[in-house]
Design a protein around this ligand. Sequence first.
Ligand SMILES: [Zn+2]
Ligand SMILES: [Zn+2]
Length: 360
Amino acid sequence: MMMKGLVAYPNGDIQLEEVPVPKLGDNPYAPDDVLIEVEYCGICGSDIHRWKADKTGVKTSPRKVVVGHEIAGVIKEAGPAVKNLKVGDRVVCEIVTFYCGRCVNCKEGRFHICNTLPPMEGRAHFVTGGGFAKYTVWPAKHCHKLPDNISSREAVCIEPTAGSVHSVINRLHVTAGDSVAILGPGARGILLAQVCKALGAGPIIVSGLERDVKVRLAMAKQLAADYVINVEKEDIRKRIAEITGGIGVDVVIENTGSVEPIDESLDIVRKGGKVLWAGGGIRGGIVAPVDTHKIITKELEIHGEISQVWKDWVTALHLVKTGRVQLKPLVTHEFTLDNWEAGFDLAATSPECLRVAIKL
Ligand SMILES: [Zn+2]
Ligand SMILES: [Zn+2]
């Protein structure tokens, strides 16, 4: 049996082609595997960076494979060892599914940074295939049942919510009353702000460009931010100093993937504060000058983050289910798989677009 799938190639090309429908038992997860009929799959920033002209430095698929990792679907078939799910369950899929289980990081529960496997090889959507196709096979232990009050369309944003939980809670240990600056108001930036707000952190400040003012910064303000800053009109260092009484924020989360915010983040964080640089991750990292004097004399904690672990998904689903994090406003557009190219174009260029959901 064949189906249409959006296939990524090692040279960065992406195209819609006929691929075989995956079968239970034919994959490394069996017998704990499920066949999922995909309902929606979101277009992530990392998908877009593998696609259009400027692919400099972009880490791409190591092999020809159906991509797409923001998956929501229904279980069609379950392998003989599956205990936690049954046919008909709606699920979302964790992205890290391959790891050794024996290295120091796996033993510490940080299987997403397994020492034995490079990042791309740890992810099902780069190995056995992802969600930009009607069917995908996933390990049951890395699927989560969707609560009834979360629609499959909005559920494409559970994955970036789990990533935001990973950054805010797991990496930065943000707590109530922490002041947080989030640089970059994409879907991820708005989710980070919502997770911070759910924890009782504040003030929460979200920055963006002129093009972000109308939709993205407005939505950040509406859903979570106490302040928004247009960095093309206002001096972010001055504004943060004003807001924090000259001290700086407790936590900065950089989510832009641009060079300037790296140095900005070191200036707007308070002495003894925490900084997380994450934005470059979607394109395979960036190279930016770092003034170590600022880190040294302020005794800063500098963090990285990549993907998520199981508990981050549990927390993300709880926050969405209980209305503390809202996903519906973030899924601004929907396209069919046949029309994927228009969806990718929109996601790559439109400041009015936050998340495109591809309907399978
Ligand atoms: Zn993603
Ligand atoms: Zn390992």
